[in-house]
Write a protein that binds this ligand. Structure first.
Ligand code: NAP
Ligand code: G4F
Length: 327
């Protein structure tokens, strides 16, 4: 039997790398879309280079997406590409809208025109709940985004729903709460903390400057969350699902836990810098993932404490391999 074909946009990102591994394990032929950059340092997928096929495209370039759909005729398309850093979305709001909002529309149009049988997954976000109107947040909670990024994700979410309703496409969205890993970008708060802890332990850094440590997030492990994406694409009917841990912790909780893993006193090292506060903050997020648990049979394997330990140890290990830390 011919292999099922999956196209992943954002393959070089955190989730793209874990999803590629999962789909390869399941026997898919994986096409990963990458855009042209000056560095091409795809460190998260360097171990997969012989197993996946990289194809060139950009979410802002309709013609590249049309061509890819026509050539590949994928069975499943996972749209993980985005300008995904909330803080930057105030600095680059138009760019964020072009990539994160209209980019999803470009992809849906390409599918509709050139690969109409392909199933489509949109990477929606708990940032859409923003100033949350109810606790915990489920599939029926109203959206109140607090950043240009959140607003862009709301557009992408609704256009996905609209294509499902207008064209009877198998188009679904996963409303994913924060998920992290050793492959998380260093600008996000969890990885900023874990990499700083490793550097402080190694004597390469003394201070860690953070913004608001009172905000609470519902954090999970990215490897668990890509399983939910795949499950959503295997249902009889497309639908949208909230994916999260159902527990939340503050940034300060993450700090305390991470420094404890390395046996360091956080009070000696952590400082506050107003530069990391946001013009409008999402103070608290908390998921209710019960629908996904019941209908998809999805559950977490890694809890908060295990996640923090995994990230800190991975960053310590990275430094050891560079020969700068002997533990
Ligand atoms: P990430 O690590 O920031 O990866 C983003 C990916 O998008 C990268 O591969 C990036 O390519 C690619 N990309 C950016 N602009 C592009 C463009 N114009 N055309 C094509 N590709 C482009 O993000 P992630 O954490 O894996 O998240 C995956 C998706 O889930 C994103 O859409 C994010 O917004 C969403 N999401 C994430 C979370 C989370 O907690 N991680 C939660 C909810 C939703 P380069 O390598 O070239 O930059
Ligand atoms: O790690 P963050 O930058 O992630 P944020 O803004 O929650 O967004 C992430 O999760 C979303 C899902 O809800 C995704 F859609 C999105 O793509 C991204 O993956 O910040 C988390 C919290 C914020 O409240 C921020 O204000 O940490 C607070 N924070 C405090 N000090 C900091 C810092 N965030 C960063 N990045 N750096 C700091 O120094």
């Amino acid at each position: 039997m011919a292999k099922r074909k999956a196209l992943i946009t954002g393959v070089s990102g955190q989730d793209g790398s874990y999803l590629s591994e999962l789909l390869l394990e399941k026997g898919y032929k994986v096409y990963g879309m990458v855009r042209r950059t000056s560095s091409s340092d795809w460190w998260r997928i360097s171990h997969l280079m012989n197993d996946i096929e990289l194809v060139s495209g950009d979410l802002t370039d309709q013609s590249s997406l049309n061509r890819l759909m026509a050539q590949i005729q994928p069975d499943e398309v996972y749209n993980l590409a985005a300008q995904s850093f909330v803080a930057i979305s105030w600095e680059q709001p138009v760019y964020t809208a072009n990539v994160t909002a209209v980019g999803a529309l470009h992809l849906l149009e390409a599918i509709r025109e050139s690969a109409p049988r392909a199933r489509f997954y949109q990477a929606s976000s708990s940032e859409m709940f923003g100033k949350a109107q109810q606790f915990p947040q489920n599939e029926n909670t109203p959206f109140h985004p607090r950043s240009p990024y959140g607003v862009a994700k709301v557009y992408a979410h609704y256009i996905t729903m609209n294509y499902r309703e207008s064209y009877n496409m198998y188009a679904c969205s996963g409303i994913l709460f924060n998920h992290e890993s050793p492959r998380r970008g260093p600008e996000f708060v969890t990885r900023k903390i874990s990499s700083s802890v490793a550097r402080i332990k190694a004597g390469l850094q003394d201070k860690l400057a953070l913004g608001n440590r009172e905000v609470r997030r519902d954090w999970g492990f990215a490897g668990d969350y890509v399983r939910a994406m795949w499950l959503m694409m295997q249902q009889d009917k497309p639908s949208d699902y909230v994916i999260g841990s159902g527990e939340n912790y503050s940034v300060q909780d993450f700090v305390s836990e991470a420094f404890a893993v390395a046996g360091l006193p956080w009070e000696k090292h952590v400082t506050v810098d107003q530069a990391f506060f946001r013009p409008a903050e999402v103070e608290v997020l908390l998921s209710d993932p019960s629908r996904a648990q019941h209908e998809l049979g999805w559950s977490l394997e890694v809890d908060f404490q295990q996640l923090v330990r995994m990230m800190v140890r991975a960053d310590i290990e990275r430094l050891k391999q560079k020969g700068t830390l002997s533990l």
